[in-house]
Write a protein that binds this ligand. Structure first.
Ligand code: ADP
Ligand code: MG
Length: 479
């Protein structure tokens, strides 16, 4: 029999921590052991308090062995560990309450089904994917199985990105491509490739937890978690993921809070050998209003650009679609479409699908004539990239100013507002940098443009008349 008289919960736990600290990574120790409080010691059982059920599950899943060894060293072979779980205050549950769970009585959580246990066993844990009122929502990877490597056709424009993606899929977290950042313009296949990597990982490594999420949804979940005071649960949830895919990361521009939380999640995952895959419509160097420390993280891995597909790739993408849909089409027609629709892959798809539809609805044979009609209509409907000059012209026309006045140094209020609106639209509709926009609109610096954008944001919320001007002009860019 050991003598417990001189021991306290605190002293036992302190010794356990010393042992554990020596045996696991520092970051893991900080994350999972520092928040624990030792609260009570009985003859053979130590009670510890953990911040959430999720925390408890994580400890049981990953650290049960080391906890056991540490505790037996301290309390002998009959040692038991008991958890008290401190719930976060939630509406209708004003009192923080604790719940007791014995150690290791449940089967360990299986990584792939984590979402389900979180949902079912822990109604208090704010899994950000759970829609209130709907029970038993099974959360999956959110991957679209239709986006695979098989139907992502290779060409010069995407070769680097595609092969980096394959390498990552084979060894998630195990290559120097971490994070893997895929960037390029709209409709060039970033989302497709990001899903394909996830889908492939699930095939090769079914035990891995993969999660695809758009930066927009991530942001909403984060904002929700702040409102519901479940920010910690939100973070823990994301720390569970083995492969995190965040699409359209440029969406985080200017959202400091979300960037901050993403930074912490990113660091945690990266330090623990987990894979992060990001997409963006801009190269990291061109991203605006993204914190420097986050940008520098993005550069740790590989940034691979997806460029506009060349003619050959466009042709093979079209053939891929025809093959998928079981449609035959003469070669010269395929080439005609490939030659004339160059903007991006999404529009290429649109054109060929509408051609297939035209011919089958109207029972018309696909001729070059028909292809011409369809492509013409299509290309016309395709939004032209708006230039900064065009924006200045539209804004000046609307306010009956001439462009010179718009660009001038005058500080008359209505002209200043028109100028600021032009800057705002230039930021919205072009890929030009703030500095570039400033230099084209009256030779201003980037800070002036930034200020203009913020002013317009404010005015849109506070000034109805101004909002109407904005909406009228905005329509002209979307015709
Ligand atoms: P992005 O996310 O870059 O805006 P998407 O991934 O949504 O672009 O791609 C637009 C469409 O083009 C999708 O339907 C996608 O399947 C298709 N696509 C893009 N690149 C390819 C490719 N290399 N091979 C086949 N289809 C492609
Ligand atoms: Mg996309």
């Amino acid at each position: 029999m050991l003598d417990y008289t001189n021991k306290t919960a605190q002293s036992v736990w302190t010794n356990c921590l010393l042992f554990i600290k020596d045996n696991i990574q520092e970051q893991a120790f900080k994350t999972w052991f520092e928040p624990i409080k030792a609260i009570e010691l009985t003859e053979s059982a130590l009670y510890i308090q953990v911040p959430s059920k999720f925390f408890y599950e994580w400890l049981e899943e990953h650290y049960v062995k080391i906890l056991k060894v540490a505790l037996i060293k301290e309390l002998g072979s009959g040692a038991k560990l008991l958890y008290k779980i401190q719930m976060e205050n939630t509406i209708g549950n004003k009192q923080p309450y604790t719940e007791q769970l014995p150690s290791a009585q449940r089967a360990p959580v299986r990584t792939q089904e984590l979402d389900v246990p979180i949902q079912n066993k822990n109604p208090e844990l704010k899994n950000p994917f759970i829609i209130p009122g709907i029970r038993n929502v099974k959360i999956e990877s959110q991957l679209n199985a239709n986006y695979s490597f098989d139907n992502f056709l290779e060409g010069d424009s995407n070769r680097l990105a595609r092969s980096a993606g394959l390498a990552v899929a084979n060894k998630p977290g195990g290559t120097s491509f971490n994070p893997l950042m895929l960037f390029g313009g709209v409709g060039l296949g970033k989302t497709h490739l990001a899903h394909a990597i996830g889908v492939e990982i699930k095939e090769i490594h079914p035990e891995k937890t993969v999660l695809y999420i758009s930066a927009e949804v991530f942001t909403q979940q984060y904002v929700d978690s702040v409102r519901k005071q479940t920010r910690n649960d939100f973070i823990y949830f994301y720390q569970l993921i083995d492969v995190l895919i965040v699409d359209d990361i440029q969406f985080l521009s200017g959202k400091a809070g979300t960037q901050d939380v993403f930074f912490h999640i990113f660091n945690y995952l990266h330090q623990n050998g987990k894979q992060v895959i990001l997409t963006s419509d801009k190269a990291p160097v061109d991203m605006q209003d993204i914190e420097q420390r986050l940008l520098s993280r993005f550069k740790w891995g590989l940034s691979a650009e997806i460029q506009h597909p060349d003619f050959e790739t466009r042709t093979s993408i079209l053939k891929g679609i025809l093959y998928r849909d079981g449609v035959e089409m003469p070669n010269d027609i395929v080439e005609y479409v490939a030659k004339n629709v160059k903007t991006n892959v999404r529009e290429l798809e649109g054109a060929i699908i509408s051609l297939i539809a035209q011919s089958s609805f109207n029972k018309r044979e696909v001729t070059i004539e028909l292809a011409k009609q369809v492509v013409e209509k299509f290309v016309k409907n395709v939004k032209k990239e708006v230039s900064i000059d065009y924006i200045q012209k539209v804004v000046s026309d609307y306010f009956s100013l001439d462009i010179e006045t718009l660009r001038s140094k005058t500080r008359k209020r209505h002209i200043v507002q028109a100028r600021q609106l032009a800057m705002f639209f230039a930021k919205k509709y072009t890929k030009a940098s703030l500095a570039n926009i400033g230099s084209q609109i009256g030779d201003r610096d980037h800070a002036t443009v930034l200020h203009a954008c913020k002013t317009i944001d404010n005015l849109l919320e506070t000034d109805k008349q101004f909002k109407k001007y904005h909406d009228d002009i905005n329509k002209k860019f979307n015709m």
